[in-house]
Design a protein around this ligand. Structure first.
Ligand SMILES: [Zn+2]
Length: 148
């Protein structure tokens, strides 16, 4: 992958990786409307590995085009992917970069494997990635943060 490949992705969706286990995001943190569940094929870049496409059911707000994933669930699934094949990858820094067209991704499953260039033609980069910040009366319990 060269820098040139990274430049021209269409951009769509805002993404939040929710670090709070007790916050279920049943309403949208931006507009307060109810969210619903939708499956996305998330494109994740993992250091020393490269790109991984992970099918993941996320909370979604259609008016905001906001995708919300729980960090602990996402990381559990990453562990599951790597624990047998490449356990040395587990714990590496990663970045949820965007989504892959879900129809294309489903079709490509079970075929002899997609090439990276084919995959990149179906990628949508996130427009922005937000931090979830809690304010007011519903602060999550204080928990020790994992040391990185
Ligand atoms: Zn919203």
């Amino acid at each position: 992958m060269t820098k040139d490949n990274l430049r021209y992705f269409p951009q769509r969706f805002t993404f939040i990786l929710n670090p709070y286990k007790d916050t279920r995001l049943s309403s949208c943190p931006k507009c307060r409307r109810l969210t619903h569940m939708r499956k996305f094929a998330l494109l994740i870049h993992i250091e020393k590995f490269g790109f991984l496409t992970l099918g993941k059911t996320c909370r979604y707000c259609s008016p905001c085009e906001l995708i919300m994933a729980h960090q602990d669930e996402l990381e559990d699934e990453l562990v599951h992917v790597f624990e047998n094949q490449s356990p040395e990858i587990i714990g590496n820094p990663y970045l949820v970069f965007g989504t892959v067209d879900i129809k294309w991704w489903k079709q490509s499953l079970g075929t002899s494997g997609e090439s990276l260039s084919q995959l990149l033609e179906h990628v949508t980069q996130f427009k922005s990635v937000l931090d979830l910040k809690m304010t007011g009366g519903w602060q999550p319990e204080k928990k020790p943060r994992p040391v990185k």
